[in-house]
Write a protein that binds this ligand. Structure first.
Ligand code: C2O
Ligand code: CU
Length: 457
């Protein structure tokens, strides 16, 4: 049976078709449904994943900066769901947060997301409902917004890095609310995946220039990454171009939900393999393999920076400042006397799976952490008073870190806060609405680490 797309393609040959029928605004339709897929080696069975149009991760959605994206989400899951467009400076009603910006999409329902794309860059989509389970089972995919003029590269590759925790029979470990995960580092997987595969391979030729879009879609894993046989530059963080490309360090940390865009040249010789390496305590592992065949190795210089996205200037001099103290978790933090739940309440919270607090409040409060007026600069001083790292993500707007010398770091939507660190971020409150601010270690968010900010027009 022809799909809607092939029908449109067929019609396109007719001379009288109105222009509109050819525009890029035809909606994507994504069906979310159980999808058994073979990811473990063949001697194991299939894994009980939940796919987007039958695949994990879901298809890469591609559009151009300035276009609108329309996506119909068709929920054929046994649970209610929602879709979040991570990093897009989106209209609030399309942000996909149940209970804050929309009702959950019930089983059997279709919800249409329809939003403008102000920025080019590397983004991703993922379920924002029962996300510890839904993102783990596969409801995630790349969202790639093209620049008006693409950089000069030979291949543009998306590498979605994930880990998944499988049981001995290759089924997804179903203990999604395990108290140890919730109170410690979150749900870490035991199988590492790139684009849903244990041994992802990307054939390249010697001397080729590649754009690598790295996306960390894992529930809680902080990837420590390096390259072998590839040399180049960091071009963008979390979708936002750096004004000057930076040399790639030996190790790059990529926290859950963060992205890095690289431009690299294949420096390995023909017949060798180049690697994206994932470092663990005991050494480096191949997270992706790039078999190299013969090519013409022309040397090219430093690439031009990617074109900037629209600027919303951060004015530190008239900023409103709030503090966000992160508390709780195992190994000391839960003893803090400032908690709302101190004394007996603490035990009840732990029994309810709630282990963390922001400013003494467990879970999303009724009132926002800060209410800002449109265009105002807001500063949030974040204090990690816990024994674990956290990946702090703001919806709807990008922030910059205020560095110790008072200058601003790169724009990001997710900041990795190591234990004991205090770091301040600032953003221009340019996008009206109710925006979540939470830890992207998904078990931590489910166990209390979520608040929100409001921007009033
Ligand atoms: Cu990636 Cu609250 O989201
Ligand atoms: Cu956390």
């Amino acid at each position: 049976m022809p799909t809607r797309r092939s029908l449109l393609a067929g019609l396109a040959t007719l001379p009288l078709l109105p222009r509109m029928g050819l525009s890029a605004s035809a909606p994507h339709r994504l069906r979310l449904a159980p999808a058994p897929i073979q990811i473990a080696p063949a001697q194991y069975g299939k894994t009980d994943l939940w796919g987007v149009n039958g695949s994990v991760p879901g298809p890469a959605l591609r559009a151009r900066r300035g276009e609108r994206l329309r996506v119909e989400i068709d929920n054929a899951l046994p649970q209610a769901t929602s879709m979040h467009w991570h990093g897009i400076r989106i209209e609030n009603a399309m942000d996909g947060v149940p209970g804050l910006t929309q009702d959950p999409i019930a089983t059997g329902e279709v919800f249409t997301y329809d939003f403008a794309l102000p920025d080019a860059g590397t983004y991703w989509y993922h379920s924002h409902a029962q996300s510890v389970e839904q993102v783990e089972r596969g409801l995630q995919g790349p969202l790639i917004i093209a620049e008006d003029e693409a950089p000069d590269v030979d291949q543009d590759l998306v590498l979605m890095l994930d880990d998944i925790r499988l049981a001995g029979d290759a089924s997804v470990d179903a203990q999604f609310t395990h108290p140890h995960d919730r109170s410690h580092a979150g749900r870490l997987g035991n199988v590492m995946l790139t684009n849903g595969q244990m041994e992802a391979s990307f054939p390249v030729t010697q001397g080729e220039r590649l754009r690598l879009r790295l996306i960390n879609s894992a529930n809680a894993r902080i990837f420590a990454l390096g390259l072998q046989g590839l040399t180049g530059w960091i071009m963008a963080y979390d979708g936002m171009p750096l004004p000057t490309p930076e040399a790639i360090p030996e190790r790059m940390l990529l926290a859950p939900a963060q992205r890095i865009d690289l431009i690299v040249d294949v420096s390995a010789s023909a017949g060798e393999d180049a690697f994206l390496i994932q470092f663990e305590r005991d050494g480096g592992y191949a997270q992706a393999i790039f078999p190299v065949s013969a090519g013409t190795s022309t040397t090219r210089g430093t690439p031009a920076p990617l074109p900037p996205n629209p600027d919303h200037p951060i004015e530190l001099s008239d900023a409103d400042t709030v503090t966000l103290r992160m508390e709780g978790g195992a190994m000391g933090g839960m003893q803090s006397a400032q908690w709302q739940g101190k004394a007996q309440g603490m035990r009840a919270l732990a029994q309810a799976g709630q282990f963390w607090a922001f400013n003494g409040v467990v879970g999303r409060p009724d009132k926002p952490l800060v209410r800002a007026s449109l265009g105002q600069t807001v500063k949030i001083a974040m204090v990690n008073d816990t024994s674990f790292p956290h990946a702090m993500h703001l919806h709807g707007m990008h922030f910059a870190e205020v560095l110790p010398d008072g200058s601003l770091g790169p724009l990001r939507d997710t900041l990795l806060m190591m234990r004991g660190e205090t770091r301040t971020v600032a953003f221009n409150a340019h996008n009206p609405g109710k925006w979540l601010l939470h830890c992207h270690m998904l078990s931590h968010h489910a166990a209390g680490m979520g608040t929100w900010v409001e921007v009033v027009a």
